[in-house]
Write a protein that binds this ligand. Structure first.
Ligand SMILES: *Cc1c(COP(=O)(O)O)cnc(C)c1O
Length: 413
């Protein structure tokens, strides 16, 4: 229940009213009086309504396409405070990295960098491995003249974000077996790359892959972007020996949407920064990270590490249960549960119905929910719907339960 309270933006915004008053005192700077900030689902409602864009009840999870996750009030306050002063961004990055490494108790010799996201972390992390701290090479990327040019990856680990690897100019060399790795390693090999959520798909598993990289004296990268919870994944892979590990800041950690973490060996982290904004004439200049994101990311991580993860999980189950209990009163409707092994490792509920009793395809159900007001987005499956509850805001479980019940009832045969 504690977790439930933490999510309540309304109480926070109520408190903020005082603060905002003192900061923005004086004549009204905006022509239109502000609508009540405590209405509906909080402050955000007005800004989206102003643009004619519908807000969404998110039963899909941390999807970048839907805005990732919602930052807790404390992160909002930290970003707000950060926005009021000028600072040296490189100095702030180094200080934040040091703090993050301490908070995560990373191994000796490791540090961290706040990036524009996990995708940004992949690109600047690999850039740094290629260039080191050589200014000429940094300026030259993605032309690899004078640098190594190949990254080894398992064939089954190719995925949309390998675009960020390829963006550095390197060629991906696909392997399947240990023997393939041995054959693939050569003077042009810069790095071995692992896609954490595809651990099950590859023949070489996460711990074995890093051992292989050590045998071949190659740096090793793990993209674990969406792989918290569990929180322990934040330190598991550096402990295993990975030289660089990427996480999204704006997924389950609930940091700023445009932030991510690159954890890794100190020298590699410093080279990654040299290849990134704020430095100009770098490949990463387009991946700007603001002072607000850096400070917000540190705060989000601090909160995430102090969260009662057990209580949060209970709350996520409770929300699913609220929905299940109501919709299964409709004859023919059933629910089932599972937890994905990795990535969105949270309670997930399948919602199924007997097509002989309810004449509704998964596509129709999905669309009816999507076109509801407020719009509700769940996942379609082959035979029904699925959802998780960790991105729901207080009360939204009840809204989903009610609307879904109406839809299912309306299609009884
Ligand atoms: C979401 C995700 C990314 C990208 O992360 P951002 O923080 O949005 O840049 C990269 N890899 C995987 C596996 C992801 O799930």
């Amino acid at each position: 229940m504690e977790a439930y309270k933490k999510w309540n933006r309304r109480s926070f915004l109520g408190g903020l009213g005082l603060m905002a008053g003192s900061v923005f005192s004086g004549p009204k700077l905006w022509g239109r009086p502000q609508k009540s900030v405590a209405s509906g689902r909080g402050l955000s409602r007005d800004v989206y309504e102003d643009l004619g864009v519908t807000t969404i009840i998110n039963g899909q999870g941390t999807m970048t396409m839907l805005g990732g996750s919602l930052i807790p009030p404390e992160v909002e306050a930290a970003m707000d405070a950060a926005s009021r002063h000028f600072v040296s961004i490189p100095e702030l990055e180094v200080a934040a990295g040091k703090r993050i490494a301490e908070m995560l108790k990373l191994p000796e010799g490791y540090s961290a960098l706040v990036t524009s996201g996990a995708a940004g972390a992949i690109q600047c992390g690999i850039s740094g491995v290629l260039t080191g701290d050589d200014p000429t090479l940094i300026q030259r990327l993605p032309d690899l003249t004078g640098m190594k040019s190949e990254v080894i990856i398992q064939k089954s680990h190719r995925y949309p974000f390998d675009h960020q690897i390829r963006a550095t100019g390197v060629k991906l060399v696909e392997v399947e077996t240990r023997e393939d790795v041995r054959k693939a390693v050569g003077p042009q090999t810069a790095l071995m790359f692992f896609t954490n959520y595809l651990n099950g798909a590859g023949r070489i598993k996460v711990d074995e892959w890093v051992k292989l990289s050590m045998e071949h004296h190659l740096p090793c990268f793990n993209d674990a972007a969406a792989d918290t919870p569990p929180v322990s994944h934040l330190w598991d892979y550096t402990k295993m020996g990975y030289d660089l590990v990427a996480f999204s800041g704006g997924k389950a950690i609930r940091g700023p949407q445009c932030a991510g973490l690159l954890l890794g060996q100190k020298d590699l982290i410093s080279y990654a920064l040299l290849n990134n904004s704020p430095y100009e004439d770098t490949l990463g200049r387009g991946q700007k990270v603001g002072k607000e994101e850096i400070v917000g990311m540190v705060k989000a991580l601090e909160l995430y590490l102090n969260d009662d993860h057990e209580a949060l999980t209970q709350e996520w189950w409770r929300r699913l249960d609220t929905i299940s209990r109501q919709i299964t009163r409709v004859p023919g409707v059933s629910t089932a549960y599972y937890i994905p092994a990795i990535a969105n490792h949270v309670p997930t509920m399948e919602i199924n119905w007997d097509p002989r009793r309810i004449s509704l395809t998964p596509e129709q159900a999905f669309q009816l929910l999507k076109n509801s007001k407020p719009s509700i987005l769940l996942e379609k499956t082959r035979i029904g719907l699925a959802m998780n509850s960790f991105m729901l805001q207080p009360g939204e479980d009840k809204i989903i339960a009610q609307r879904l019940t109406e839809i299912l009832r309306a299609h009884r045969v």
